[in-house]
Design a protein around this ligand. Structure first.
Ligand code: PDD
Length: 287
């Protein structure tokens, strides 16, 4: 169900219209990207995998040495209230925690400064079967991000530039390489199919531990078809019969063109269809 509700934001515990939501220019999220974030999908008013997102939020906050401003229980109350204020429906909930807005701009951590908590919702549209079948295109490029990509930080300029490069090349995603290894997309995790083996790059400091990645790996295990977690080389990427992207806003999306060459048949592949069936069944039973 698409949301037709109002756009309401949460700023430090208060609701206000998103267009009127403001934070200070001294906020360290603005000045230093000194902040972390989450994007949580909402299906028909229900926050999906909330506990997993809150666990990753905690791990990102630990990574930047910032105390969590809320307990999981309070997060759940705040975020569910925000979803209701936005008319429920199918949404993507964005939340960000910054180190706050001290009186002075300086690099060192401020003392006695409360974190800023911002959240808002945007409509999320489920792709049509035809869109999924056609898939998206991707380019391959160097990964020039920092070395803590396991932290979901808002230092996203390299991701933004890579996405723009993809768009300029007529593609939808940039697959990022460190040396000969493909690690993930600019805003997604990567899966590759070789024969009947599904492979995804292993988690380390170069990869965001995607909630969708983890969920998909779990679904495959439940169906006794474990995903192999191992490095994928640039050369192998071109030999894959199927490539998929995973993210909270895109679920599991086929990549059917890579650097202007078709991937496999150039359409969503048979293994993807099998996974899609598992995903739809899991979403159905969660609703
Ligand atoms: N991005 N890798 C990167 C670099 C990402 O930015 C994302 C998601 C993922 C997938 O993670 P998850 O399955 O938890 O959404 C992997 C979000 C959607 C964004 O920045 O908008």
């Amino acid at each position: 169900m698409a949301s037709s509700g109002p756009c309401v934001a949460l700023i430090n515990g208060e609701h206000c219209p998103l267009a009127e939501a403001r934070v200070s220019v001294l906020d360290r999220g603005f000045l230093f990207a000194d902040s972390v974030y989450e994007v949580i999908p909402v299906y028909d008013g229900r926050l999906f995998q909330l506990q997993a997102h809150l666990r990753r939020l905690q791990s990102s906050l630990d990574g930047i040495r910032l105390n969590n401003p809320h307990t999981d229980e309070t997060w759940s109350e705040l975020l569910n209230a925000l979803v209701r204020a936005n008319g429920s429906g199918d949404l993507a909930l964005y939340l960000q925690v910054t180190r706050g807005a001290p009186a002075k701009r300086e690099h060192r951590f401020p003392q006695d400064c409360r974190p800023t908590v911002v959240a808002f919702c945007q409509p999320r549209r489920n792709p049509s079967d035809a869109e999924l079948e056609a898939g998206v295109s991707a380019i391959v490029r160097e990964d020039d991000r920092w070395n803590r990509c396991d932290i979901k930080s808002t230092s996203l300029l390299p991701n933004v530039l890579a996405s723009d490069e993809a768009l300029t090349a007529g593609a939808n995603e940039a697959l990022l390489c460190r040396g000969d290894e493909v690690v993930e997309g600019a805003s997604s995790n990567l899966f590759a199919v070789f024969g009947d083996t599904v492979v995804t790059p292993p988690l380390d400091h170069r990869v965001l531990p995607g909630i969708t990645r983890d969920w998909v790996i779990g679904l495959a295990a439940q169906h006794a078809q474990p995903v192999t977690q191992r490095p994928v080389s640039r050369t192998e990427l071109r030999q894959a019969s199927e490539l998929w992207l995973s993210s909270s806003t895109r679920e599991l999306f086929p990549v059917t063109r890579l650097d202007d060459e078709p991937v496999g048949s150039g359409r969503a592949g048979t293994v993807w269809h099998q996974y899609r069936g598992w995903i739809q069944a899991a979403l159905q039973s969660a609703s």
